[in-house]
Design a protein around this ligand. Structure first.
Ligand SMILES: Nc1ncnc2c1ncn2[C@@H]1O[C@H](COP(=O)(O)OP(=O)(O)OP(=O)(O)O)[C@@H](O)[C@H]1O
Length: 232
């Protein structure tokens, strides 16, 4: 359901190291991502964008704070519900496109027949079936990134996190990849958070989170705020 909370973070923080060399990559932060939200996460290099995405994706654990999934029956667990698109598509070279896309389902224990059906559906929805038999080395950078998005869609995510998904692409190709990313989110009803340096990319989304030195800021319409200064 749109507008009900999907993910909530309470006083999330990430510190690296200990003692005098400790580094705070994310200061205490409360956040909410609503079902179906569209959010751009902007900030300079090293500001903490990937840190935020990795925590929400469950790829990293907060040093303190709690991440929960109130929109799910069991709010503590979210396996397979988050799809992550990285700057580099990271396709497996020995597998063709449809095999790359179905792999995530196979690893999750889905039957081979159903995994192939999910992969074919994802490629069809995104208009990529013509690439199904190609090997990654035969794809352009933009095509490979679109296949990586199909791979995320085949996992049937409730949330898609994209970390500089167009950072290696020219403007026109980037726009095409973002169209595909948004189509994937629309078709699955997933919320979408896109981390980017690029204001043109950020302007595509109605909500804006910005981060500097591990401190998140937002516009009034967005769904995230940092803790008061005295709490940091
Ligand atoms: N494993 C780690 N150990 C120590 N410091 C780290 C580690 N991972 C990230 N950092 C630091 O945390 C800060 C935030 O890094 P992060 O990768 O989140 O930034 P970013 O905004 O995504 O940068 P970029 O846009 O360049 O990808 C940086 O100063 C980085 O050096």
């Amino acid at each position: 359901m749109v507008n009900s909370p999907l993910v909530q973070g309470t006083k999330l923080a990430r510190r690296f190291g200990t003692g005098s060399t400790a580094f705070v990559a994310l200061h205490d932060t409360d956040l909410t991502i609503h079902q179906g939200a569209r959010i751009a996460l902007t900030g300079p290099s090293g500001s903490g964008k990937s840190t935020v995405l990795h925590l929400v994706a469950g790829l990293d654990r907060p040093s303190s704070g709690i991440l929960s999934w109130p929109g799910l029956d069991n709010p503590e667990h979210h396996p397979g519900l988050v799809g992550v698109v990285f700057q580099s598509p990271s396709l497996i070279p020995a597998l063709d496109v449809v095999e790359n896309v179905e792999l995530v389902s196979l690893i999750a224990g889905v039957s081979p027949v159903q995994a192939r059906a999910r992969a074919t559906a994802a490629l069809s929805i995104l208009g990529l079936m013509s690439l199904a038999d190609q090997l990654p080395e035969e794809l352009s950078g933009g095509q490979a990134q679109r296949v990586a998005i199909a791979r995320v869609l085949a996992g049937e995510p409730r949330l898609i996190l994209a970390d500089e998904p167009t950072g290696q692409l020219d403007r026109d190709t980037a726009a095409h990849v973002l169209d595909i990313l948004e189509a994937a989110a629309d078709s699955s009803g997933a919320a979408l958070v896109v981390a980017t340096h690029d204001p043109v990319v950020a302007d595509r989304y109605p909500h804006r989170w910005s981060i500097e030195d591990g401190r998140l800021r937002t516009d009034a319409a967005a769904t995230i705020h940092t803790a008061p200064e005295q709490d940091r």
